[in-house]
Design a protein around this ligand. Sequence first.
Ligand code: RFL
Ligand code: PHB
Length: 395
Amino acid sequence: MSTPPRRTQVGIIGAGPAGLFLAHLLHRQGIKSVILETRTREEVEGTIRAGVLEQWTVDLMQDLGLGERMRREGHFHRGITLRFAGESHHLDFEDLTGGKRVTVYPQHEVLKDLVAARLADGGELHFGVRDVGLHDLTTDRPRLTYTTRDGEPQVLHCDFIAGVDGSQGLSRQSIEGRTEYGHLYPFGWLGILVEAPPSHHELIYARHERGFALLSTRSPEIQRLYIQCGPTDDVAEYPDERIWSELHRRLETVDGWTLTEGRIFQKGVIGMRSFVCDRMQHGRLFIAGDAAHIVPPTGAKGLNLAVADAVYLSRGLDCFYRTGRQDGLDRYTETCLRRIWKAERFSWYMTTLLHTNPAESPFEHRIRLADLDYVVHSRAAATALAENYVGLPLD
Ligand code: RFL
Ligand code: PHB
């Protein structure tokens, strides 16, 4: 038995950062939306991913009235440390960028705040749906079909559809005439979560001949660390002692800095790739976030880039509903791609700068070392890194 068709202005596929920010932005503009999400609320709110928010993402959360817990529980970092040849080099972003900082507030905490606020606003968010289908995208009445968590088939009529279903989602497949650009890196990251106090007050990115290491944090009690590994390595190859031994060696300094160990309670390997889909619209379907582009995590850009797309899409939709004009929507792909390619460049740059690559020639290797030396000794080079890391301004 099927329930009667329903209607909304914007049907949103996916309750990740892109989908949830979009729903909030549209709500502020008086535009109705419905979010369909395959995972349960617990799964969405429990998946540990990113940690670093750019300054403007933080400002946007405050502006939308979603920043209360982040202000209390987030950690504001005025820079990062680059470490190589046993020495630490602090990049002071606040000084280099005229006052901008980054905020460490985990992605799942952002999602918890956005989900709770959306439901409190009376927003429609359907978790645990299945079999989402996209139809009639080149008409002005596109439809979404899906099966609810209770097994009911459902139809949702929309004016527009936002495909924000992540890198494994189905929306991208509906974008006709797209060209996809991709780059695979010959390494991955082994990430761990540890019960321990922070070993340092800011993030440390280390390049070492044994490979990259990153010291990050989730809370005063939980730390997040990564080491470069093979792209298809299995966590079973990494008993705790091996991980600690690698972390100590890669992060050690000549001045005796120490890494605090603790109980490792989660381990995982992620592959690293760069990917861009050069078309983000087909008829009334618009894709955004990881559905349209992937960056390696070294630049901490993925979540922030997903939110930027949501901002540009909300602006185009706002213009359409206020004036009936489509030109903002027609420029959506072009506007997004200008930012996306810069974030792709920066993430690729940080990745190649900081990882060891067996395929790299001795010449290229020396060039990387010269680049690192340049970044930490030239204010101009450090400023270029800093302004990208804290986030380029939105157009
Ligand atoms: P998401 O977060 O993947 O959300 C997509 C949602 O869509 C749902 N979905 C569907 N729903 C309905 N129907 C379907 N057919 C569906 N198919 C999928 C999924 O269940 C999911 O809930 O994409 P979005 O919104 O584009 O957001 C992208 C970000 O999540 C991602 O870029 C970041 O996590 C990347 N990232 C980082 N980004 C940063 O800005 N700063 C960081 O410090 C940072 N660190 C990271 C990261 C990603 C990592 N991993 C695991 C890839 C660290 C790591 C380790
Ligand atoms: C993280 O805390 O997960 C993290 C931080 C910085 C990065 C990537 C990941 O560049």
